[in-house]
Each structure stands twice: as structure tokens, then as C-alpha cells.
Design a protein around this ligand. Structure first.
Ligand code: SF4
Length: 649
């Protein structure tokens, strides 16, 4: 049997929760995290950064084998040289095993470089620390990862001197050439892992102006290693993992994100739930206790850890003083009032949706027809598309627009998708949006602050862009008319026709127990479909994209509503698959957005179109699939509006 080493990824898992080390990679415990490295690389983005970092350290030896012993043997052979650069060297010390992204050796001086697909602003002072001197939560996992690597390398080679660096995209760098990102393509290799192919056309000029920054992190790494608990933590994790022993940790709010969960159906098929094991042991629960809603479900609640510590784990254990709902004197419900509503509905076994008819009717009175429902798909690309652009600038590549007129006619009225390779599409995108929205004064709806943020971002890009943009002023004026300025903007405005956030209205005026506290459109849509007779009647016919029915730009004679076992089939699951070679599990992870981070499937598909080799036919198919998904995103908004409108009538 292969020795059970504590690796970088296992150490990271242990940092999240040491108990997870026991469940990981065991067939019987289902792991709900994505298990397709190629897809994960596309979904996370920035996968080209590692390859670019190697190009900035040329002449290195790449250790590509996945075999632990062989990789270690090749590394040790290379380390006999006085001066050498190695990519992915394998270092082992006792039951610890690491692969370092880039290692530079010059006699007994080593540079350990960890490459991260993250942007860094080097003008920021004390970038990694909070004001009280502790490490910022967003950096902790990265820095502890490097500290772990330094510990292993130093232990394996006690006489060397190690300097540690984090290499990341430089937020302030400007790309000096066009087409750089198209020179790094991603592919699925034979063992289903991701591979990066660097174009033979990559030149010295492409690498001249560096867009990655190498940040020295020795001080913070040494402070982690020397804090007195670090070495013990590593040894505890490594020993437990090696001996396959469970480290029992306290349960808490963090268990809500635990990947070792499975459905009843999966349990019936013989799988185990790590989550249930932990909770059963901590609370002396039986299977039936998991059928009752628990405090992890409460929407946007920061008191979950306190409730669990106080042994108030089921929602039925809470009383009003626990939530302490307070009116915030704004229209609709405050966050705490909404939390209490959720609790009350559970306690009263009331599954009916709550709808603040009068409050929403007042809001609706302000709206002007035709109503426009828009949704954007965006991505952030580590390596810019064009000369003059910065790493991780927001790229807006798709939008969809539905309209509803005063006579209640619904239409999929417009869309945009950039399918051109290597293009910076933001201005085209904006021009298209402007053309579609400037013809009337109708109210525009978005779902989440995302669309407002994107347009603010494009506004700044237009202002900073030195190139000749003929309609720059018109475009900026248009953005200001339909947005409000974001907090980070020096210039302040509040557009006359600023978009209305439907997500905000959901939170203030509507709650359906069917959503289990989530306000993501992916949960709210099936909920309203289940509770609105109007929607059920209208969309159970194949009227969508049909002659005389609802105009659609991508679908024909489509029936959105279908029932199965007394419940509505999720309309997103009815659409043809976005990717043919992706398992249902991984695809569901991509589309199960949380409330603020959406579009995971779309940006993954876009990355696939831009950064993988594919035939024209495949590209067209993927474009069509993307158009259908975005169309449903705006239709979902229309459906929520229609359900509300009918309830108010
Ligand atoms: S259920 Fe909680 S304690 Fe158990 S492994 Fe998951 S996160 Fe850790």
C-alpha cells in the first residue's frame, strides 16, 4: 500500500477542518466537491498563471511524473547541481510530501515560489494583515500553504537557506502585447487532468513586460512557523492521516459548507455521510433528527455557532429572543425579521410562501413599462486579451434581455455573446446593451448587484482607456443613467433610471419555505413555479418560442413546466446539457450558485470556448447552449415578476 503522506492539498483540507482528513478519498464517503481537475481549472480561472510563471523562470526542469518515488528521485538528482531551476520538484520528509511550483537553487540558497491565480496590489501596505496584526482571512490558506512547504523543505534539507515568494498577477501591471492569453491553451490529458499547451509563437517580447509579481513573504511565513503551534499541527495532521485516525473537532456553522454530505438516496445506495457521522457523535442524534430543519439553514445568520454551542441546533429549539428581530424602518422586512419569519414557518409547519402584497404593490407603482429584465455573464481573465489591459480585469462577454409590456406580453427581446477568440468584448457588449435599452424609459431589473458593479467597472475602463473610442462620452453617460456609483468610485452618481434589484425585493418582500432560506434565483425560480397557479397554467404549455406564443431567440415550442412526483422539475435541468463530457455531479456544482456568485457554468463554458482547442461545430454548439442558459436567467426574473403581479391583482 502507498504510504499515506500529508500533502499540500491534505494540509489545506486539515486547515479547513481536521476531521475531513479522515473522510477524504474514501470511496464510501461521498465528497461533493468538484472532482474534475480540467473543469475545476476552467471554473476557477487563472490556470495559465502557473505556466506563465515558468516562462518567467526559463531553463527549468519540469518534473511531470505523478509517481511519488520517481518524482523524488528525479528531484534529488537535479538538486545535486549547484545551480538549477525545477518546476514541480518533489520533496519528502517522513510522512510529509510536497510538490513546489517553482524552486530555484543557487548553492545553498533556495527560492521557493508558490504561484497563485490571484491578483495582488503591491501599492497596498501590510497587504496580508488586519489592523490588529492578525493574518487576513482571505490570505490565510495561501500563506499557511507556503509555511507548510518551507517547513518540509527545511526539514528535508536543514543546511539550506530558504526565501519564500508568492507569485501572483500584478493588479497594476499593464500588458505590453496583444494576444498573450491565446498563447496558453488548456487541454484534458489522458489521465483526465488538466494540461497547458504553450504556443510555439510565444516570444521574448511577450515576456518582456511582466504581468506577474513576485512578492517576498519571509516575514509572515516565519511568524507562522515560529508561533509555537504550527509544527505540532502539522505532526498531528500527518500522524492522524498516516494512521487513518479521525481527529474529532467541534461541529459548528462551518459544517454548513462541508463537502462530505450525501442525500438519503445516496445513503440508500450504500454511501456514507461524513457530516452525519460528525453530528451524530457530537449531538447523540439519530437518522430521524436530520429530517428536521436545523440552524444551518437560517438565512444570513451570524449566530449559528452560538446556537450550536447553546444546544439549540434544531430550528424548533429557538425562540424569538434568540433571533431578536428588529425593524430597520425601511420598506419590507429587515434581515432579522426575515430570519424570524423563516423560523416561525418551520415551527408552525407552514409551507406557504410569505408575500408582502401591500409593500410590493407600492414598489410596483414606481415601475415604468416596458419592463426590461437583464442578466450579465462575466469572467476575470488572468492574462489580458489585449495590449494595455490589466490582469484580472472584468470581462463582460454575454447578456440577455427579456421585456414585459403593459399588456403583459413577454418577449425575449435581445442578447449578446462574444464568440470571437482573444477579443476584449466589453465595449461591444456595452454598445449592444445601450442600443437595446435606450429606446424607451422602461424600468430595468437585475438580480443581484453584479450588473451594477460590471457597468461601473466598464465605466472606469472607458475613462482610463487611452485609445480613440469615438462614442466614449455617450457610453459613459449611458452607464451613469442606469447605475449608481459603487463605494469604490471616487465620482458619485445615482442614475435617473438606475436598475432595480429584484434580488433585493425578494429579500424584503418575499419568502418561500421551499427555498430553505436561499435567495439565489436557482432556488427562488422553482419555488415560485411550485406556488404560482398562474405560472403553472401558462408555462405548462409549449408556448415558449411558438408561433403566437412568447417570442424566443433560442428556443422553439418549449414547455418550461413539467411536474415530477408532485413537484416542478427545475427548468435549468430541462435544458440540453452545456457540456457533454461533464458528469451530472460536477455540472450541478457549477450551476448551484450561492446568492452572490453566479454564472459559474457560463464562465466555465466561455473559458472553454476561449482557451481550449475545439472545432467550429463544437464552438457553435457551446455558444447556442450558453445563449439558452442566459435566456433562462432573464426569463426566471420575468416569471418571478409575473407570479408577484398575479398575487397582487
Ligand atoms: S461535518 Fe463539520 S466537523 Fe465534520 S468534517 Fe464536516 S466540517 Fe468537519
Amino acid at each position: 500500500m502507498t504510504k499515506r503522506y500529508l500533502t499540500k492539498s491534505r494540509f489545506k483540507l486539515g486547515l479547513e477542518c481536521p476531521t475531513k482528513l479522515y473522510y477524504t478519498k474514501k470511496k464510501e464517503y461521498l465528497d461533493q466537491k468538484m472532482d474534475d481537475p480540467f473543469l475545476a481549472a476552467l471554473a476557477e480561472g487563472g490556470y495559465q498563471v502557473g505556466e506563465l510563471a515558468k516562462c518567467y523562470h526559463p531553463g527549468g526542469h519540469d518534473i511531470t511524473t505523478l509517481d511519488y518515488e520517481e518524482a523524488e528521485r528525479q528531484t534529488n538528482k537535479l538538486l545535486k547541481e549547484d545551480k538549477v531551476t525545477i518546476y514541480e520538484p518533489a520533496i519528502r520528509f517522513n510522512n510529509l510530501f510536497i510538490r513546489i511550483d517553482v524552486l530555484l537553487k543557487n548553492k545553498n540558497i533556495f527560492e521557493l515560489i508558490e504561484v497563485k491565480a490571484k491578483s495582488f496590489d503591491d501599492t497596498e501596505e501590510e497587504a496580508f494583515f488586519n489592523k490588529n496584526g492578525t493574518i487576513q482571512a482571505g490570505w490565510k490558506a495561501y500563506l499557511y500553504d507556503i509555511a507548510f512547504q518551507k517547513y518540509v523543505l527545511q526539514s528535508a534539507h536543514p543546511k539550506i537557506k530558504i526565501s519564500c515568494f508568492l507569485m501572483m498577477a500584478d493588479k497594476n501591471a499593464v500588458c505590453g502585447v496583444d494576444g498573450l492569453n491565446q498563447k496558453f491553451k488548456i487541454f484534458r490529458d489522458e489521465s483526465n487532468r488538466k494540461g497547458i499547451k504553450v504556443s510555439t509563437l510565444l516570444s521574448a517580447a511577450d515576456l518582456k513586460e511582466k504581468i506577474l509579481v513576485k512578492v517576498p513573504v519571509d516575514d509572515v511565513i516565519d511568524s507562522i512557523i515560529e508561533d509555537g503551534t504550527f509544527e505540532k499541527m502539522i505532526n498531528d495532521y500527518a500522524t492522524a492521516y498516516e494512521q487513518d485516525k479521525k481527529i474529532v473537532t467541534d461541529i459548528g456553522a462551518h459544517c454548513g459548507d462541508c463537502e462530505f454530505q450525501c442525500s438519503k438516496k445516496e445513503e440508500a445506495n450504500g454511501y456514507k455521510s461524513g457530516f452525519k457521522e460528525c453530528w451524530k457523535a457530537a449531538l447523540k442524534w439519530e437518522d430521524k433528527d436530520f429530517d428536521e430543519p436545523n440552524v444551518l439553514e437560517i438565512w444570513s445568520c451570524r449566530k449559528k455557532d452560538n446556537f450550536i454551542t447553546d444546544d439549540k441546533v434544531k430550528i424548533t429549539d429557538l425562540d424569538i429572543s434568540d433571533i431578536d428581530p428588529k425593524n430597520d424602518k425601511k420598506p419590507g422586512m429587515s434581515a432579522s425579521e426575515r430570519q424570524w419569519l423563516q423560523v416561525e414557518k418551520v415551527q408552525n409547519i407552514d409551507n406557504k410562501p410569505f408575500f408582502d402584497k401591500d409593500g410590493l404593490a407600492l414598489e410596483m407603482k414606481k415601475w415604468k413599462f416596458p419592463l426590461h429584465f437583464i442578466d450579465f455573464e462575466t469572467t476575470c481573465v488572468a492574462i489580458p486579451f489585449n495590449k494595455g489591459r490589466r490582469p484580472y480585469e472584468m470581462v463582460a462577454f454575454q447578456f440577455s434581455r427579456h421585456t414585459v409590456d403593459k399588456d403583459e406580453n413577454v418577449e425575449h427581446a435581445g442578447q449578446y455573446l462574444n464568440a470571437e477568440l482573444g477579443k476584449f468584448p466589453n465595449y461591444d457588449f456595452l454598445q449592444g446593451l445601450k442600443r437595446q435599452l435606450e429606446n424607451d424609459e422602461g424600468t430595468i431589473f437585475r438580480y443581484s448587484p453584479h450588473e451594477n458593479t460590471v457597468l461601473n467597472h466598464i465605466y472606469r475602463q472607458l475613462k482610463e482607456d487611452k485609445s480613440n473610442i469615438v462614442d466614449r462620452d455617450d457610453l459613459c453617460k449611458f452607464i451613469k443613467s442606469i447605475t449608481t456609483s459603487t463605494d469604490s468610485s471616487a465620482e458619485k452618481w445615482n442614475g435617473k433610471r438606475a436598475m432595480v434589484d429584484l434580488w433585493h425585493l425578494v429579500k424584503r418582500f418575499f419568502y418561500d419555505p421551499y427555498t430553505h432560506g436561499s435567495n439565489s434565483i436557482k432556488y427562488v425560480l422553482p419555488a415560485v413555479l411550485n406556488s404560482s397557479e398562474y405560472l403553472q397554467k401558462k408555462y405548462s404549455k409549449a408556448i415558449y418560442g411558438a408561433e403566437g406564443g412568447i417570442k424566443s431567440l433560442n428556443l422553439k415550442n418549449w414547455q418550461w413546466l413539467e411536474m415530477s412526483a408532485g413537484e416542478v422539475v427545475d427548468p435549468y435541468k430541462k435544458l440540453p446539457k452545456l457540456f457533454q463530457d461533464v458528469s451530472d455531479k460536477n455540472f450541478n456544482i457549477l450551476i448551484q450558485d450561492d446568492e452572490l456568485r453566479n454564472g459559474g457554468a457560463a464562465l466555465t463554458a466561455y473559458g472553454r470556448m476561449q482557451f481550449t482547442e475545439m472545432s467550429e461545430i463544437e464552438r457553435k454548439e457551446l455558444s447556442s447552449a450558453l445563449l439558452r442558459y442566459c435566456e433562462l436567467d432573464t426569463l426566471a426574473m420575468v416569471m418571478i415578476y409575473e407570479a408577484w403581479r398575479e398575487w397582487i391583482k
